[in-house]
Design a protein around this ligand. Structure first.
Ligand SMILES: [Zn+2]
Ligand SMILES: [Zn+2]
Length: 348
């Protein structure tokens, strides 16, 4: 079968590999669609490192892809709740289940946390084997394309749910990439009255406007901070950082109101400086979330109910043979792209 295997940094190969075999507690999934994530781009550029993951025993080379949906084509003998033909999406977190974090219900903060598609073979392939415990069934009115968006939506949904946002609040989102746009959709569904989205790409801001932002602003405009302070009557209630840069955190600190919250969703390439006195004088709360926990069923229900309309974040759909040029390279160089979905089978 065909798979996109990362061998080294800048060395992602579409190649023939053996079809995987499922164990008694696993299923074999024929992948329909898989999304390319920012973390896929990061490992494409910088590699997966030399460490063998303690839970999977794997390191590169391995098949990438952790945002995917497909159809079950075979089930192990111990699998009761899923059948051949079911449409499913996969919650790709790998965790030990026994550490302090896991025992507290924070399996996303597991000491050994990993991902299917980063620490073992993932969904950029015709077939993938997954533990049945990681499956979530898609109802008939949720398409396989939407199924591939459940994982990134869960990132945004969890961050919004963990934030202090209340109905009628003002929110600012820094960064209008896929996670920023999905955060916008979740913030809107949560009842924010004013939603300002800031990015440096005109195309992304247009997309944010289509998706319900009440104001969009260029991050590089000189009067950004006074413009936001005027529009918000002194600052936002919650600021979501989906960009992960020194500048966006500085902007976040200056565009929050007294007692507001800064929720950090993006990861940062390097440590940044924070003006703690500003945090103190404005009584700000700075917090963060990592991935998600226990939200996949709710996200699927909300997509099914039409309350989270996530499809517009898809900007491009490609075949696996074009994954490097039309997927990874495009995302690195064309900032108008949001979510690119890949299909490994030719009948989509
Ligand atoms: Zn991801
Ligand atoms: Zn654990």
């Amino acid at each position: 079968m065909k798979a996109a295997v990362l061998h080294n940094e800048n060395d992602l190969r579409i190649e023939e590999v053996n079809k995987p075999q499922h164990g008694p507690d696993q299923v074999l999934i024929e992948v329909a669609w898989a999304g390319i994530c920012g973390s896929d781009l990061a490992v494409y550029q910088y590699g997966l490192g030399e460490n063998i993951h303690p839970l999977t025993g794997r390191k590169a080379p391995l098949t990438l892809g952790h945002e995917f949906a497909g159809t079950i084509v075979a089930t192990g003998e111990n699998v009761d709740h899923f059948q051949v033909g079911d449409h499913v999406t996969v919650e790709p977190l790998i965790f030990c289940g026994t550490c302090l974090a896991c025992n507290s219900g924070y399996y996303n903060q597991c000491q050994m946390v990993g991902f299917i598609g980063l620490n073992t073979d993932g969904g950029f392939a015709q077939y993938v084997v997954v533990d049945a415990s990681k499956l979530h069934k898609l109802p008939d009115n949720v398409s396989l394309e939407e199924g591939a968006l459940v994982e990134p939506t869960a990132v945004s949904f969890y961050a919004v749910r963990e934030s202090k946002l209340k109905t009628g609040d003002t929110a600012i989102i820094y960064g209008a990439g896929p996670i920023g746009l999905l955060t916008l959709i979740c913030v809107k569904a949560a009842g924010a009255a004013k939603i300002i989205v800031v990015d440096i790409s005109e195309e992304r801001l247009q997309k944010a406007q289509q998706l319900g932002a009440t104001m969009v602003l260029r991050g590089d405009q000189d009067d950004l901070i006074p413009t936001i302070l005027t529009a918000t009557n002194g600052g936002a209630d919650v600021v979501y950082d989906c960009a992960g840069a020194q500048q966006t955190i500085n902007n976040a600190l200056y565009t929050t109101k007294l007692g507001a919250q800064i929720m950090i969703i993006a990861t940062f390439k390097k440590p940044i400086e924070i003006d703690v006195n500003l945090v103190m004088f404005k009584a700000l709360h700075i917090t963060s979330t990592l991935a998600y926990r226990n939200v996949f069923p709710t996200v699927i229900d909300l997509i099914a109910a039409g309350q989270l309309d996530v499809k517009p974040v898809i900007t491009h759909k490609i075949a696996i043979d074009d994954l490097v040029e039309e997927g990874f390279e495009k995302l690195l160089h064309d900032k108008s792209q949001a979510k690119i979905l890949v299909t490994p089978t030719s009948n989509h």
